[in-house]
Design a protein around this ligand. Structure first.
Ligand SMILES: Nc1nc2c(ncn2[C@@H]2O[C@H](COP(=O)(O)OP(=O)(O)O)[C@@H](O)[C@H]2O)c(=O)[nH]1
Ligand SMILES: Nc1nc2c(ncn2[C@@H]2O[C@H](COP(=O)(O)OP(=O)(O)O)[C@@H](O)[C@H]2O)c(=O)[nH]1
Lengths: 271, 271
């Protein structure tokens, strides 16, 4: 049972920290202590791992994109990312149409792309708009507000409202795309509508634990207090994890296979 | 008595908040509540104000550079900024060489450029290196780590060490440039050496006050605590303000007049 996640965003927004936090293990490529060198081009690094989540064995692979958006000129920085996503569709397609194909085709298609928005408090950057506009056409994109502990609650809600407005203005259809949803299931539809209103989730990541009172909590310790990652009054990390690993895991795989992959296949076989 | 400051950095790093905090008044152009639109080119906006600091009347002007570094392609984004700095030298020069010149030439030259570094925790971005490399040649540049409340103390010190190393690697001579210092005054030299070791200052800005115990403090209130701007255990705002407004105010003006302006004048009159 495979699940493939891709994280996209500028350096230093907490991508590898979040992946380690969600999947409670050292999935990501880099220990934060290691020397950081800005790559001069966008690299694609995938790491796979088997984890257990509520009794189910999950083969999880995480693709990171170091160097994305970190150049002086970021024109076309989205191309290596789109190429990676399409290459997985191509691999799957080649298996699917080959005569001697395997019973179960290994699935390396990207089921979910988490896009990290810098916590500026103002609005989406021009590069965020350009990239998301293109990615939503080929993969499920879930935007998040990175390092949201640097925003107060009011700033956070104002920022979220601005982002939601900009996504509508530019017609960027992030996941869940209500048009793809199965209309027969009204409760499912209502649940996703509610979810959509809260997106993008304001997240905080951390792989260290701190003592708060009698409890050991996952969090970040600063001179003025401890930010608790799994405390819903502090951030929306729990909402994001539940959405990806529990409530929407199946749907993310289905939309990838039935909508994005089918679109790719149709375009490829037509030409 | 004039003092001219310029703030440079990407949108949302807290530039206008810091200016309001340092100069304790609404000097900056924008109230954070106003709608933020990313300008499509780099604009130069200067606002002047008379403030009183320890009994001295100071005509302070602050130049902000909205749109800097916010495009997809930021090639040459430093040009409008360099042009503004050189235009002030040109204005001063024209006055100085004109026959009927005024007794006191109005001084609009930029005495200090505060450069905002995003708190990624990793390293300077390529665009930061490209811009600072060029600005230090013509103006006093004081780099700061913006929104440093998003870094823990260890992250902050590690980040600072990396930045200091990169500044040396790329031979970016930020202010105070020890080569320009008056060698006769040993205490002054020692003081500036100590200052240089602490740069870039990790700052937090805020124009709101909160109640902490019995005191009203300037700070940012989050769910897990209040970050106090003027508390040296929380950030280095005090160090920055003291340096700019008190200890190094005269020197910033002198280095601008005697080093940067003289270099400009020499180059201009030669050609
Ligand atoms: N304030 C804050 N810092 C974070 C958060 N997540 C990670 N960091 C820190 O930010 C720095 C960069 O994180 P990293 O995961 O390496 O970012 P990446 O380059 O996007 O993979 C590290 O010093 C982390 O400890 C967060 O949610 N809030
Ligand atoms: N965490 C944090 N947020 C800040 C700080 N200074 C300003 N902000 C917030 O960041 C947002 C952008 O600030 P602003 O001063 O408008 O940034 P500018 O675009 O660089 O001028 C606002 O919501 C501010 O309240 C800071 O030191 N730390």
């Amino acid at each position: 049972f495979e699940f493939n996640v891709m994280v996209v965003g500028s350096a230093g927004l907490g991508k590898s920290t979040l992946v380690n936090t969600i999947f409670k293990s050292k999935v990501s490529r880099r220990q934060p202590e290691e020397d950081y060198h800005t790559p001069s081009t966008v690299e694609i690094k995938t790491i796979s791992h088997v984890i257990e989540e509520k009794g189910i064995l999950l083969k999880l692979s995480v693709t990171d994109t170091p160097g994305f958006g970190d150049q002086v000129d970021n024109t076309n920085c989205w191309q290596p990312i789109m190429r990676h996503v399409n290459e997985q569709y191509e691999k799957y397609l080649n298996e699917e149409i080959s005569i001697k194909r395997r019973k179960r085709i290994p699935d390396t298609r990207v089921h979910c792309c988490i896009y990290f928005i810098p916590p500026s408090g103002h609005s989406l950057r021009l590069v965020d708009i350009e990239v998301m506009k293109r990615l939503v056409e080929i993969v499920n994109v879930i935007p998040v507000i990175a390092k949201s502990d640097s925003l107060t609650l009011e700033e956070r809600e104002r920022f979220k409202a601005t982002i939601q407005q900009q996504l509508i203005e530019h017609n960027i259809r992030v996941y869940p795309d209500l048009e793809n949803l199965d209309v027969d299931d009204e409760t499912e539809r209502q649940r996703n509508l509610k979810l959509k209103e809260r997106l993008p989730f304001a997240i905080v990541g951390s792989s260290t634990t701190h003592q708060v009172g009698s409890k050991a909590v996952l969090g970040r310790k600063a001179g003025w207090g401890v930010i608790e990652v799994e405390n819903d009054a502090h951030c929306e990390f729990n909402h994001l994890r539940n959405m990806i690993i529990r409530t929407n895991l199946q749907d993310l795989k289905e939309v990838t296979a039935q909508v994005h992959y089918e679109l790719y296949r149709h375009r490829r076989l037509e030409t």
